[in-house]
Design a protein. Structure first.
Length: 201
């Protein structure tokens, strides 16, 4: 036996040519399409996940009677009649108690539209400082007065065409007078304060 090592010569060009041939053959083969899935079943393999907004549960719809205003439903006609009867009975008991304490007092007159106008007018004038005792500083609530006068204006607008001539005259007069008082007061408030004259040396 010879101690000479045996060498095997490998032609790398041949191996490289075989590798290239195999790669071109595998590239030529079209990839097999994924197995057809039945409708409604997810396709096998990886898939793109899209974050879609979750559908919100349907909100409970309020009853149609107060859906737009957000207020509780109005009382029924029967509930209103029952409450009115209870109110009248309670008011009559109060009237009887007052007469028992003061037998000479006659029955109170029913509240009418004129009472409402007068109440709002007097409230506005008091808020503008009317009726302040002489020598005392008037306590003025000009914002409150404006709100009360605006209430009179709303009353005039909403009752237009539904008042007797006397009621309409009363309301328009009260509104005119209250607005004039407000204009005078707001002009006084807006006037710049004049500094006192400098002392004479």
């Amino acid at each position: 036996m010879s101690d000479t090592p045996k060498f095997e010569v490998i032609d790398r060009r041949k191996l490289k040519a075989e590798e290239e041939q195999e790669s071109t053959q595998s590239a030529a083969k079209a990839p097999e399409p994924p197995a057809a899935s039945k409708p409604g079943e997810p396709a096998p393999g990886p898939r793109l996940v899209v974050n879609e907004p979750k559908p919100e549960p349907p909100a409970e719809e309020p009853p149609a009677a107060h859906a737009e205003t957000g207020l509780p439903p109005a009382p029924t006609a029967a509930e209103s009649r029952e409450q009115k009867a209870a109110y009248d009975a309670s008011a009559q008991r109060l009237e009887d108690m007052i007469r028992a304490q003061n037998p000479t007092a006659g029955p109170q007159p029913p509240v009418e539209f004129g009472h409402l106008v007068q109440q709002l007018y007097l409230t506005a004038m008091l808020q503008m400082g009317a009726g302040t005792p002489e020598g005392q500083q008037a306590r003025i609530d000009i914002v409150g007065a404006r709100n009360t006068i605006d209430m009179l204006g709303v009353l005039a607008e909403k009752t237009r065409g539904n008042l007797s001539p006397a009621e309409s005259h009363l309301l328009e007069s009260a509104l005119f007078e209250a607005r004039m008082g407000f204009l005078e007061l707001s002009t006084m408030v807006a006037m710049p304060k004049v500094p006192p004259p400098a002392p004479v040396k």
